[in-house]
Design a protein around this ligand. Structure first.
Ligand code: ZN
Length: 80
């Protein structure tokens, strides 16, 4: 398991997501953005819009996914 924060995933806060793959933390971030915006948090609106755009145009977001996967791969494993 590794940890990536909201901020490391292009978001505005330091909430930590843990997962075994980059997709796990990306999905957790997507859920986190949806929930915070739904709860009325203005600071996450821009990041949420960016994420929505990525799902709509995956080919345009390949660079971002590649960066996130590389960042995840470079992280140390969480202590057990
Ligand atoms: Zn956040």
């Amino acid at each position: 398991m590794k940890t990536m924060t909201c901020r490391q995933l292009s978001g505005p806060c330091d909430l930590a997501h843990t997962g075994t793959t980059a997709d796990d933390v990306i999905n957790a971030q997507d859920k986190h953005l949806k929930e915070t915006v739904k709860a009325g948090d203005d600071t996450h609106v821009a990041a949420r819009e960016d994420m929505k755009g990525r799902w709509r145009k995956p080919w345009a977001a390949l660079g971002w996914y590649r960066d996130m996967k590389k960042a995840f791969a470079d992280l140390p494993e969480n202590p057990a």
